[in-house]
Design a protein around this ligand. Structure first.
Ligand code: ADP
Ligand code: ASP
Ligand code: MG
Length: 439
């Protein structure tokens, strides 16, 4: 029995009035769903534009001294349509006027971006007849812009527990000076997790437009299997590696408290979705491979130097060059006389000349080879460690599909095998691996 559920609804679940009505049905069908976290209206159809993207557009237009009124009108019209169809009493004009004033006086992008969830949540609260609680009053960041967990959990817990029900906007909180700060894109998932933790929920439901975490990206593999159960660790790995259904940081607040996450489909509320917990239920066998995910946009910088192995601190010096230039490394496979650093191409390209110069002067390598347009694909599963020949299966699948492997890395926890391939072969690789390892 779940007595207390925090339910987060994503952008497609709240894209228009008919979706919001479905959400209200879901909320009212279980009285345990007491705290609702809402996203901004997302896409209604594939070419549609998310409200959040329109808000960012207003900000960049304002910053460049361009006229943003047409973009702001689009936002206003979408909310007006929702307000009318839900028949709620809501003054959208004054909300839009406030955004306009802030944009004209020069604001950070975070403030306008946050208004997508702020306005939507206020409308939904009115429609449900529930109180609205502004995230800026209960979610706090420290000076460094990191979540201030203690203050947040305490303040949010006290505030929300004093209410029977509430709607809370996702995606943002407040800095110590009160200014609005957002999480990274998709961050309403993080808000949902924080709220679940703060109110000590029994379950964190994350409602979206697919029936759970799928074993591969449904935009690449046709009808991938739904993962019915998955551990927090596997989920973190898959979401970090690109399975975008849940924000990669959403697992942390609930994991510490052992609150399970249930990913569900607003358009198919009868489906069980995916249950995410610390361990799998006893009667479920550990799968060797739970899912496959990947990301594009990496570069590999390969350094060759004879006798590198005997040079103490070589790797540390190399990684420090990337670190002090603000480029985190994703992977770092090593050989005896070679070491490669795999980094985001976007970040590397901005600092390319400096980084290469520093490598040459500080490490005096024999050769530096740069490979661009790399994609990384992770094959993830907690049962992998006890199955022989997993790597062979991966190589076989890719070889049969005619795909060249440009990097291999196995996590030290043996939870994953990661391969680097050419970006152009990304979809083919995911399909080949899915067919061999999961289908
Ligand atoms: P929301 O607006 O509800 O937050 P998102 O668009 O952020 O939803 O996430 C849901 C989408 O994630 C799905 O529509 C799907 O296209 C995509 N996705 C990518 N990889 C996966 C995966 N492994 N499992 C499920 N969905 C995935
Ligand atoms: N609306 C925000 C975004 O589009 C946050 C979210 O939907 O989770 O990124
Ligand atoms: Mg999302």
């Amino acid at each position: 029995m779940n007595n207390l559920i925090t339910a987060k609804f994503g952008g497609t679940s709240l894209a228009d009035a008919s979706q919001i009505k479905k959400v209200a049905e879901i909320i009212k069908s279980n009285s345990a769903r007491k705290f609702v976290v809402a996203s901004a209206p997302g896409k209604r159809f594939s070419d549609d534009i998310k409200i959040t993207d329109l808000l960012y557009k207003c900000h960049s237009q304002a910053k460049n001294g361009e006229d943003f009124s047409a973009t702001l009108t689009k936002i206003s019209e979408r909310y007006s349509e929702i307000i009318k169809a839900l028949n709620v009493d809501f003054d959208i004009d004054s909300e839009i006027a406030e955004i306009k004033t802030k944009l004209q006086s020069g604001t950070t992008p975070d403030y306008p971006a946050s208004r997508g969830e702020y306005i939507n949540s206020k409308i939904i609260a009115k429609f449900l007849g529930w109180p609205f609680v502004d995230a800026a009053e209960i979610i706090f960041f420290n000076e460094k812009g990191l979540l201030d967990e203690n203050t947040t959990f305490k303040t949010a817990g006290e505030k929300l527990k004093s209410l029977e029900y509430a709607v809370i906007p996702g995606f943002y909180g407040a800095m110590p000076d009160g200014k609005i700060k957002t999480f990274s894109r998709g961050g309403s998932d993080v808000t949902g997790s924080i709220i679940a933790r703060s109110v000590e929920a029994d379950l964190y439901e994350n409602w979206t437009d697919v029936s759970g975490m799928l074993s591969a990206d449904p935009r690449i593999v046709q009808n991938p299997k739904v993962i019915d159960y998955i551990t927090y660790t596997e989920l973190r790995e898959l979401s970090y590696m690109g399975a975008s259904v849940l924000h990669e940081d959403a697992v942390f607040p609930v994991r510490k408290a052992g609150i399970p996450i249930n990913i569900r489909n607003t358009n198919k509320p009868g489906d069980n979705g995916t249950l995410i917990a610390a361990t799998l239920p006893k009667d479920i066998e550990k799968r060797a491979v739970t899912g496959i995910a990947g990301r594009k946009g990496f570069s590999s910088i390969r350094i060759e130097k004879s006798m590198m192995n005997g040079e103490t601190g070589f790797g540390a010096k190399l990684l420090y060059i990337f670190a002090r230039n603000g480029i985190p490394f994703e992977h770092c496979p090593t050989g005896i006389d070679t070491i490669s650093v795999v980094v985001s191409s976007e970040l590397f390209d901005q600092k390319r000349e400096i980084v290469l110069r520093e490598i040459k002067t500080e490490l005096d390598p024999d050769f530096i080879t740069i490979e661009k347009n790399l994609a990384v694909v992770a094959i993830v599963g907690e049962g992998m460690v006890s199955v022989k020949g997993m790597a062979a299966k991966v190589f076989d699948a890719l070889a049969k599909a005619g795909i060249n492997i440009r990097m291999i890395d196995q996590g030290s926890d043996e939870l994953n095998i990661i391969v680097g391939i050419d970006e152009g072969e990304y979809n083919k690789a995911i399909n080949a691996l899915y067919d061999k390892m999961i289908a």
